[in-house]
Write a protein that binds this ligand. Structure first.
Ligand code: MG
Length: 278
């Protein structure tokens, strides 16, 4: 799904317990589009789904992507992310794939043509059996999404640009894409984001405008997420790079805190991005 004007600004939206409240948050900051965070299971089908779909329609807000997330994931620190996130842990993998396919159906019901997830740490060593398992898993997910007319996007951050490109090529599916988050690359210590954008530019269909600082122990502990402009991403360079690569999608602000401070940071972020997008 493309905006009428490239680089239209939106926000990341958690559904939470009350979808109406979440939708109101988008309107409160004066925007008309959002990515949706993991929908709670009770909204995936039935009456609750229909209620959610009607609320989205009435709001006039365009949902640009639906994200997956899974029980048992923990972002406590980087080693824990490696063990628990995405399709990496073998134990819950089949169940998580099933949930992903259900979210693809849910997104289709909302008329959304993009599903995304943090898929977990992909081994850079292609002889690691996990690499092949991840390739096969993502082929199955991408094929299901293709049947629903959707792309499936990998949220960046946990691997280098070169590592991500090698994985995309190994999976070899036209609808496997990238949701590029420049801050994650810094927070995880996985490389300079602007350089990585160049490497995977042909795959980027959506982006997060998020900022953060490098950790003093990169790849072990996280850096710190900050308001847009206060971190190490360099938002001016980020937006310039998006223009340079001809990105024509939505730019989605992600601020992973809550409450009044989140709204204030989002509003300041919108102003900053508007000044950069032009
Ligand atoms: Mg993100």
């Amino acid at each position: 799904m493309k905006p009428e004007k490239p680089l239209e600004i939106g926000i990341m939206l958690g559904v939470g317990d009350d979808p109406a409240e979440s939708l109101a948050k988008v309107k409160a900051v004066g925007l008309n589009n959002a990515q949706m965070g993991r929908p709670p299971a009770q909204y995936l089908a039935g009456d609750a789904f229909e209620e959610l779909r009607d609320a989205v329609e009435e709001s006039g807000i365009t949902i640009t992507t639906v994200f997956c997330g899974f029980d048992g994931e923990s972002y406590a620190d980087i080693p824990t992310v490696k063990e628990t996130v995405g399709y990496v842990p073998a134990g819950p993998r089949a169940e998580r794939v099933q949930e992903t396919l259900a979210i693809s159906e849910f997104a289709k019901g909302l008329g959304v043509d993009a599903v995304a997830a943090h898929i977990g740490f992909i081994p850079e060593d292609h002889t690691d059996p996990l690499f092949g398992e991840m390739v096969e898993t993502l082929q199955g997910i991408a094929d299901h999404c293709a049947g629903n007319g959707q792309v499936f996007s990998l949220e960046t951050g946990q691997e280098s640009g070169a590592g991500l490109l090698a994985f995309l090529k190994a999976v070899d599916r036209d609808n496997l894409k990238v949701n590029f988050d420049p801050a994650n690359m810094i927070l995880y210590g996985s490389g300079e984001p602007i350089e990585a954008m160049e490497i995977v530019k042909d795959y980027i269909v959506s982006v997060h405008a998020k900022d953060g600082t490098w950790s003093d122990q990169p790849t072990v502990t996280f850096g710190e997420e900050t308001p847009l402009g206060a971190g190490d991403v360099n938002m001016t360079q980020f937006v310039e790079k998006l223009k340079e690569i001809g990105f024509d999608g939505y730019i989605t602000i992600e601020r992973e805190i809550s409450g009044d401070e989140q709204i204030a940071d989002i509003q300041a972020g919108i102003e900053l991005l508007r000044s950069l997008v032009g």
